[in-house]
Structures are given as structure tokens and as C-alpha cells.
Design a protein around this ligand. Structure first.
Ligand code: KIV
Ligand code: ZN
Length: 508
């Protein structure tokens, strides 16, 4: 069985999803879970892009052992030096350097000739080798590049010291058969290809990222780059859980497997969804809420007689738990901490104190506490952003015969302020009051409400997407009172906008 390396880029390409950016602490939480999942390589960020990204790569390199930690760099000296510095503390560190090879990118973006690109690629790889023996080179937009030029670049970067050569389908343009042929072409045409691992990195613009990645594996790729839940630039990247489970479910077909501990998949998916605010669609393969739900009578009947009639994978294999009743108001701190650990959250003592205090408060409002409630509760502690604005109290009046009115008291940069506003509904009135108190002018792009677990006493989770001056952020809030949850989500997003005003935008 050939072992395919899993290169996880949730913290780099995944983070490039609009509104999904993570702070250093959030990235560390995800990195710890990726290590438990047993990925081979974590691409932790793009160190030159921002001080926060540099810090995240460095902290992950310092803390996470047993996994290769990678930093991205354009084929430029200053990028490579910054990436080299960030990965220095790693037990095993990789620099991933890239330059585009397609004529479209050469002509319109880089304004460089093919020879100049070839020279820059070789130079970048040599420079990266000054910092580490583990150097990956990516030919950006490989699938729209001239195949012979691409092969020439690959041959030269391997001679220069690249140990992995990545073939990205940057714009998600490839079709599986064609992509498989390209990988086969590289295997046959590049004379020194046996000295490097072929990697693939597929985007999902035509919904083919996973299919393309699997076809590449069938044709000689030894590494797949992917993200949890398929998050990433535009339509996203290849979803790791789908690739891993396709290989595991069809071993005779692929004759390949990964080292992933599949029982950790679901936890990782939930953690990434909570931290990034990117909701997983219910019908999403492997990790969606309906992925293992049998609705039709005929299916249920067959399933009850023999599971394999309608089930090709066991939910336990990917760690999907039955939603179970766990803790109550008599539960202690130790049990609370243990359960969180099982769900993939390792909190600092301070975070744990705050989360436990909130848990006890919710126990007074809500009879049963399910795993999903805990995840919502704790993800707010994990996601904590420095608070410029915070909610002190909220009073709402609404109904069939009165104009919705909201009185909001907030702490604004250390000063308590209060105002009352009316609106088209209680949320509208509350949001008007918050915007007035914070003196902000963001526009609300999306407003999503989710009842976590059933019942009218369920914890409600609200996610909002706000835009201001071309910056998009998501905010989350949860409470048993849905209007309070909406206010918290809005304020959480406004706090993020405040931070992002101070941090320059980044991205590849
Ligand atoms: O999609 C892409 O081409 C990339 C490269 C940086 C590998 O993300
Ligand atoms: Zn990409």
C-alpha cells in the first residue's frame, strides 16, 4: 500500500477564505488538533504576509512536534528569509516557495519571460535550501502552463534542491482525466523526478478538486494538499476528509492510504468550522450533519436489516459521536475539562475558568447540555478577540402591537454608554443601537441563526458577516436568548473589524 502524504493548508490557503482569518491562538488550537489527526505537514501560514502570520508559524513550529511545519514564501529573497526564520524552531521545518509558470500569469501578473521565471525558481529553491533541507516548489497555475515548460522548471528546481514539487490547479480549471495525464506526463518526462515527491494542490472552482487529487494519486502523486471541510480561496481547496476516506474506503482500487487517524476527522471538522465561522453544509460528504442520516423508509428498513445495504463507511470511523447527554449542573471542573479534551479543545487555565463559569450559568438556564452546546460555548473562549466593545446589558420590547425597541448598554473603549433605538424587528432595533454606540458603519452581508440541539431552551448560535472598507469578517455569538446571541455576534464582528483596521490585508 503506497502511503500518500497529507499536506494540510487549512491555516494558510484555508484561511484565505473571505472572513475566515484566524488569530495566533486560534491557529494554535487548530494546529494541535491537526497533529492529533496525524497530518504529515502543516502549512501554518505565509510569514511575510503579516506579523500575525509570522508569529503563528513560529509558535506552531515551537510547539507542535512530530509533524513537519511549513511556511509559504514567494520566490523572493525577503519572503524566503522570513519563512526560514519562522520555521527555525521546528523539529522538522519546510519552506514552500512558489512562482507562476503559465503564460497568462507571466504576461499579465509577473511581466517576466519564461527564462526569467526559470531563473527565479532555481534561485528561490537554492536560497530556501540555506535554511532547511526540506524545500517544496510550486509552479503556480501549473494546469494552464505549457507542459514542456512546466517539465523544464520542475527538472531544474529538483536539480537546485527541491525535495517536493507541487502541481497546483490554482484556478480549479483541470478535469480529472486531463490532470491525471499531466501528472503521468511529468512522471515520464522529467528525468530526475525520482528525486522528489510529486504533490498536487487542487482548487474547487468546478467542484472537481477531490476528483482531480485522487486521479493524480492514481498517476504518481505522493502528496496531496488539502484543507479541512474544503475551505479555501474562492470555492475552496480539496477537502481532506473526502480524500482520506476515499482512499480508505476503496483500498483495492487506489492501492494507497494515508497516515491520518480517521477517528479524529469529525472533531477537526467541527473545530475548524467553529473557529472560522464557516458553516458545514448538512449534505457535505463525510462530515455534514446528514452524511450518515437515513431518511427514506426503504433505506431505513434495509439499514436496520444490514448496515452495509446503505452505508459504505461507519460513522465511528470518522469519529462521529451520537449526540449524547453529557454534563449537568452537578458536573465538576475536571469532567468538564475532560469532555472538552475529547471534543478537541485544550484550553489554557484562564480560558477554562471562563468557559466553566459560562457553563455553570447555562446549566441554570438549560436542563440538558449536549456536546454541541459545549462546542458553541467553548469556541467563544477560543475565538476571543481583544475587546474594544462589549455588551453590558440589553432590553428588548417587541410584539404584534408595539414598535420593536431595544435599549443597549455597552462598554466602549472602557466607557459605559447607553442608547435606545427602534427598528423593523428586535434584531434590527438592537443592531441600530449597537451601530450608534460604536459609531461604526459596517454593512451586514449575512445573518445566520442556528438552534444548537433541539428544544425551545436550546442554545442559539448566530453568525454574522460584516463588511467595511473592503474588509470582511465573521462574528459569532451564542446564548439561550436569540436576540442576545445576535447582539454578541455583531459585537464580536465589530471587534474583529477594529483589529483588522490595524493589520494590513494579506493573501497570495
Ligand atoms: O493555489 C495555489 O496555486 C497556491 C500556491 C501558493 C500553491 O495556493
Ligand atoms: Zn491554493
Amino acid at each position: 500500500m503506497k502511503i500518500i502524504k497529507i499536506f494540510d493548508t487549512t491555516l494558510r490557503d484555508g484561511e484565505q477564505s473571505p472572513g475566515a482569518s484566524m488569530n495566533v491562538e486560534e491557529k494554535l488550537h487548530v494546529a494541535r488538533q491537526l497533529a492529533r489527526l496525524n497530518v504529515d505537514i502543516i502549512e501554518a501560514g505565509f510569514p511575510i504576509a503579516s506579523p500575525g502570520d509570522f508569529e503563528a508559524v513560529k509558535r506552531i513550529a515551537e510547539e507542535i512536534k512530530g509533524v513537519t511545519v511549513c511556511g509559504l514564501a514567494r520566490a523572493k529573497d525577503q519572503d524566503i528569509e522570513r519563512a526560514g526564520e519562522a520555521i527555525r524552531p521546528a523539529e522538522s521545518g519546510r519552506i514552500h516557495t512558489f512562482i507562476a509558470t503559465s503564460d497568462i500569469h507571466l504576461q499579465f501578473k509577473l511581466r517576466m519571460s519564461r527564462d526569467e521565471v526559470l531563473e527565479a525558481a532555481v534561485r528561490a529553491v537554492k536560497k530556501a535550501r540555506e535554511f532547511t533541507d526540506d524545500v517544496e516548489f510550486s509552479a503556480e497555475d501549473a494546469t494552464r502552463s505549457d507542459w514542456d515548460f512546466l517539465c523544464r522548471v520542475i527538472e531544474r528546481v529538483i536539480d537546485a534542491g527541491a525535495t517536493t514539487v507541487n502541481i497546483p490547479d490554482t484556478v480549479g480549471y483541470a478535469i480529472p482525466q486531463e490532470f491525471g495525464e499531466l501528472i503521468g506526463y511529468i512522471v515520464n518526462r522529467v528525468p530526475n523526478i525520482d528525486r522528489a515527491v510529486i504533490s498536487v494542490h487542487c482548487h474547487n472552482d468546478l467542484g472537481l478538486a477531490v476528483a482531480n487529487s485522487l486521479t493524480a494519486v492514481m498517476n504518481g502523486a505522493g502528496q496531496v494538499e488539502c484543507t479541512i471541510n474544503g475551505i479555501g480561496e474562492r470555492a475552496g481547496n480539496a477537502a481532506m476528509e473526502e480524500i482520506v476516506m476515499a482512499l480508505k474506503t476503496r483500498p483495492k482500487f487506489f492501492e494507497a492510504d494515508t497516515r491520518i487517524k480517521t477517528e479524529e476527522i469529525y472533531k477537526t471538522s467541527r473545530l475548524v468550522s467553529k473557529i472560522t465561522g464557516m458553516v458545514v453544509q448538512p449534505n457535505k460528504a463525510i462530515v455534514g450533519a446528514n452524511a450518515f442520516a437515513h431518511e427514506s423508509g426503504i433505506h431505513q428498513d434495509g439499514f436496520l436489516k444490514e448496515r452495509s445495504t446503505y452505508e459504505i463507511m461507519r460513522p465511528e470511523t470518522v469519529g462521529i459521536p451520537q449526540s449524547k447527554l453529557i454534563l449537568g449542573k452537578h458536573s465538576g471542573r475536571h469532567a468538564f475539562k475532560e469532555r472538552l479534551r475529547e471534543l478537541g479543545y485544550e484550553l489554557s487555565p484562564e480560558e477554562l475558568d471562563k468557559a466553566f463559569a459560562r457553563f455553570k450559568k447555562i446549566c441554570d438556564q438549560k436542563k440538558y447540555i449536549f456536546d454541541e452546546d459545549l462546542e458553541v460555548l467553548v469556541s467563544e473562549e477560543v475565538k476571543k478577540v481583544p475587546e474594544v466593545f462589549s455588551l453590558v446589558s440589553l432590553r428588548v420590547q417587541s410584539g404584534t402591537d408595539s414598535k420593536p425597541t431595544s435599549t443597549v448598554v455597552m462598554n466602549i473603549r472602557g466607557q459605559q454608554k447607553e442608547t435606545t433605538e427602534t427598528g423593523d424587528g428586535p434584531v434590527d432595533a438592537t443592531y441600530r443601537a449597537i451601530a450608534k454606540l460604536t459609531e461604526t458603519r459596517s454593512s451586514l452581508e449575512r445573518f445566520e441563526v442556528k438552534g444548537i440541539t433541539g428544544g425551545t431552551d436550546a442554545l442559539g448560535e448566530v453568525t454574522v458577516t460584516l463588511t467595511q472598507d473592503d474588509r470582511t469578517v465573521r462574528g459569532n455569538g451564542s446564548d439561550t436568548d436569540i436576540i442576545v446571541a445576535a447582539a454578541k455576534a455583531y459585537i464580536n464582528a465589530l471587534n474583529k473589524l477594529e483589529i483588522r483596521k490595524r493589520v494590513p490585508e494579506k493573501g497570495v
